[in-house]
Write a protein of this length. Structure first.
Length: 508
């Protein structure tokens, strides 16, 4: 009897140990582990603070994006690092302020890669944490090391700075080469029709927007008068690659399918997807389904198109049962612009819409609208809907996502604000340096200080105030969203305080 008792006890102990082990195993399986959710960054191009109905737009409606914004943490004080694309994307991916890198400025399509392959990036960090990483959409951070042969493997690029998979346009929709690049290879390229690209001079016999207006269906206003592709004159010259050229009106659908496929193919393990949409950057080329839908011309139409695209993408996450296990971060690379180089009715048909909301300036500007952008996080069942006025910047994503995924990587410029992103805290950044064309300003609490700069206060081509003045500027953004009252003279103590902080961070 005693022996029987001992044997049963041993057997029971072994069995319960096995059970325990089993439970432990299920607990850490990637699908259920909420510390390793899928992460998707949806990044729009030139979408302004006032361009979404969730952010107060009344003249157009973005129901799909609104649903996420209102179902997650909607930030009212969130920033891109810069008022243009390349530097903002650099700041977002590397967690380093772009003004530390003199090459982080709007790049031509032939520019070399500006991220050092040794540098930390969000995808690299996440890879170390077991993620599969992908980019679909706009890159605009340079490719290669100086001279790119577009007919060969184009490298280094996204794959060399942390992305396992890349499906990109090299620069912008208005710049050549107007082709998609998949993991360093131009997609659909016919080797018998090689591509050549040059930003300095045209190729023999190729028409241009400048000399052949009869071949264009979209007219250029400033710049944008080089090679013509699909009737649209672009920046830069290109020849060859006919079969690889993208269709502008299908670009949104094309990237959507890529993004959906990426999700479907990687749903078994934690994935990171950087989905960089092209809207509403120029040239604005809505699919015919959206033409005329906003009553605001192509700029409004492509915002509606982007909203539909986001809705479809979310449906895919839902269908694949990934929504409860995916953190979505939505934001834009810089503020809005109407006429950015083509006659496309953006100004004429604007009506009462305010792309920047109540903010001053726009794309290219050190005034708030240049960098103050829509920004929200969404995680079904995990994030409680709220509105947060915490100060936060895209540069903070690196350290914050590192913390979320139990990585101890952190950069000096990137504050660890995961609790803020998830809506559990409203204590954001204290100080933020914003940038426009390598000129910088400080936001500290509710205050902004813009140092004096030489230069034209207005970019007359795009009709945007740049925030440049020969005098110091000081604004209290809490009381003065529109930056109408320069308090530099009347509040010298505050000006001194901010100037000292600015000098300390900028090191000059
Ligand atoms: C500017 C272009 C503008 C846009 C911008 C980049 C001209 C005159 N203007 O140089 O149209 O392409 O670069 O925009 O060429 S961004 O959002 O990618 O930074
Ligand atoms: Ca942009």
């Amino acid at each position: 009897i005693y022996l029987c008792f001992v044997l049963t006890t041993i057997l029971l102990t072994v069995f319960s140990c096995k059970q325990e082990k089993k439970t432990n195993l299920t607990e850490v399986s990637p699908k259920e582990n909420t510390s390793n959710p899928n992460i998707v960054i949806i990044y729009l191009d030139d979408l302004g603070y006032g361009d979404l109905s969730a952010y107060g737009a009344t003249e157009l409606s973005t129901p799909n994006i609104d649903k996420l914004a209102n179902g997650g943490v909607k930030f009212t004080n969130a920033y891109a690092t810069s008022a243009t694309c390349t530097p903002s994307r650099y700041g977002l991916l590397t967690g380093v302020y772009p003004w530390r890198n003199k090459d982080a400025q709007i790049l031509p399509g032939t520019a070399p890669l500006i991220i050092n392959p040794e540098q930390t990036t969000i995808p690299k960090m996440l890879k170390q944490q077991g993620y599969t990483t992908g980019i679909v959409g706009k890159w605009h951070l340079g490719l290669g090391t100086g001279h790119v042969n577009w007919n060969d493997h184009v490298s280094p690029g996204p794959n060399e700075v942390g992305f396992d998979y890349s499906y990109i346009m090299a620069a912008t929709q208005d710049r050549v080469p107007t082709v998609y690049i998949k993991n360093g290879r131009v997609d659909n390229l016919d080797p018998n029709d090689p591509i050549e690209v040059n930003y300095a001079k045209n190729f023999e016999g190729e028409p241009t927007g400048k000399d052949n207006p009869e071949l264009t269906k979209m007219k250029w206003h400033h710049g944008h008068n080089n090679s013509i592709v699909n009737g649209i004159p672009r920046i830069g010259f290109m020849t060859g690659g006919e079969s690889a050229k993208w269709s502008d009106v299908d670009m949104a659908d094309h990237f959507l399918v890529e993004a959906q496929n990426y999700v479907k193919q990687h749903k078994e393990n934690p994935f990171f997807l950087y989905y960089a949409l092209q809207q509403p950057h120029v040239p604005r080329t809505p699919h015919p389904r959206f033409v005329g839908k906003s009553g605001m011309g192509p700029r409004g139409d492509v915002i509606l198109e982007a909203d539909w695209i986001v809705g479809e993408f979310i449906k895919t996450l839902e269908k694949e049962q990934l929504l409860e296990n995916t953190l979505i971060i939505f934001t834009s690379d810089n503020g809005p612009v109407l006429n950015d180089g083509y006659y496309d009715d953006a100004v004429e048909k604007l009506g009462n819409h305010k792309p920047a909301g109540a903010l001053r300036g726009g794309k290219y500007s050190l005034f708030d609208a240049g960098t103050h952008v829509p920004f929200f996080t969404y995680w079904k069942g995990k994030i409680t809907p709220s509105v947060s006025d915490a100060l936060i910047c895209q540069v903070d994503l690196l350290s914050s996502l590192a913390k979320l995924t139990a990585s101890n990587i952190k950069t000096e410029d990137s504050d660890q604000l995961i609790d803020v992103l998830l809506g559990n805290s409203k204590t954001g950044k204290t100080n933020l340096i914003i940038e426009a064309g390598q000129k910088t300003a400080l936001r500290s609490g509710n205050w902004v200080m813009i140092p004096p700069y030489k230069g034209n206060p207005i970019n007359t081509q795009v009709n945007i105030e740049l925030g440049i003045s020969s005098e110091f500027q000081l604004y209290n953004l809490k009381e003065d969203h529109a930056q109408k009252n320069n308090l530099a003279q009347s509040n010298p103590e505050k000006l001194d305080e901010l100037t000292a902080i600015y000098k300390k961070i900028r090191g000059k």
